[in-house]
Design a protein around this ligand. Structure first.
Ligand code: DAH
Length: 329
């Protein structure tokens, strides 16, 4: 094996360095050749020196070239060992976050607190007076049937809406006041668009007679929906609720298709988002209020959340769907 072959086969930078000392160091044949130049015949000296220099240069170049190759290889090995696998699971990023339902609820509550509404809560286990009777829901009303309501043995029931808090609020204070009541409600329902437990936010505003009109209601709900959904059109549709008269349902332009018509809005271009109306005189009568006027509204938080976050079907919100939840971190 000649020297250049040995250089090109040096397995490491260390081995190459040893070889360099051997070939070019003080004790190398070349160095010795240079030192013994003085003994050479004068007419030979220049020739020998030129040959030694050439050899030295060739070896130096070969060593430098091999060194560059070895350094490159060493870097590649190191880089492949230290490379970051971006597909690895990052445990540092496992922090939790608000569930989309809580997040939507907080956003709704925030808005109304900003409008000077008081925050109220009421019992989840409720009597028929607060959940039905005082709200002008007569005995034969379908909402009161066993198949729709979870009844307890003692005549109590899981509240079917947050409207019960209206009655608690009116029985415990004098008008004027503005309140919202967020919370869980329960119905015997389970399919693609219904879960047995879901959340609502109730609103109630009461003031002296004539002080509150449908225009006030319309204004605040339009403003709320614009702040919640962004710039979508809003429309009020006549409807019926036992506890309001007149009553309306409120729709927003379909957030999925931009009101063009799609499966989500059943090709109407509109999505129903809440119910509202002027408080029915029978409700005021049930709580002993006289000479007052007021409006009320109620909205489903899951409904608003699935629309705002385009969450697909309602049940996915309860299934611990990580892909969905991670969007909210
Ligand atoms: N309680 C109604 C429901 O559960 C929602 C609702 C509609 C509440 C109209 C209201 C209202 O206060 O005025 O579907």
């Amino acid at each position: 094996m000649n020297y250049t072959e040995r250089i090109n086969l040096a397995p490491s930078i260390d081995a190459l360095e040893k070889l360099r000392v051997e070939l070019l160091g003080k004790k190398s044949a070349i160095s010795e050749g240079f030192s013994s130049l003085k003994n050479a015949a004068p007419n030979e000296k220049a020739k020998i020196a030129a040959a030694l220099n050439l050899q030295k240069e060739e070896l130096s170049n070969a060593i430098a070239a091999r060194k560059a190759v070895l350094e490159r290889e060493e870097f590649d090995v190191k880089a492949s060992k230290e490379a970051i696998d971006v597909t690895l699971f990052d445990f540092s990023d496992l922090g939790g976050s608000l569930h989309p339902i809580n997040r939507a609820m907080e956003e709704i509550v925030e808005y109304f607190l900003g409008m000077n509404f008081d925050l109220k809560t009421g019992p989840l286990v409720e009597d028929e007076f607060h959940n039905f009777e005082a709200l002008n829901l007569p005995k034969h009303h379908p909402a009161r049937e066993m198949q729709d309501t979870f009844y307890m043995n003692d005549g109590m029931a899981l509240r079917t809406h947050t409207s019960n808090v209206q009655i608690h609020a009116m029985l415990s204070q004098k008008p004027p006041f503005k309140m919202i009541a967020p919370g869980a409600v329960f119905r015997r329902d389970y399919d693609l668009t219904h879960t047995p437990m879901f959340h609502q936010v109730e609103g109630l505003v009461v003031d002296e007679k004539g002080a509150i009109s449908f225009a006030n209601l319309k204004h605040i709900l339009e403003d709320f929906l614009n702040s919640f959904f962004g710039d979508f059109s809003v429309r009020f549709r006549p409807s019926f609720f036992p506890f309001t008269e007149p009553s309306a349902e409120v729709d927003v332009g379909c957030v999925f298709c931009g009101s063009k018509g799609c499966r989500m809005c059943k090709n109407t271009g509109w999505l129903e988002v809440l119910g509202c109306g002027m408080v029915d005189p029978n409700v005021f009568k049930a709580v002993g209020y006289e000479n007052v006027s007021g409006y009320a509204f109620g909205m489903g938080v899951e409904r608003l959340a699935t629309l705002k976050y385009r969450a697909g079907d309602l049940r996915s919100l309860y299934e611990g769907d990580l892909d969905l939840l991670e969007r909210f971190r």
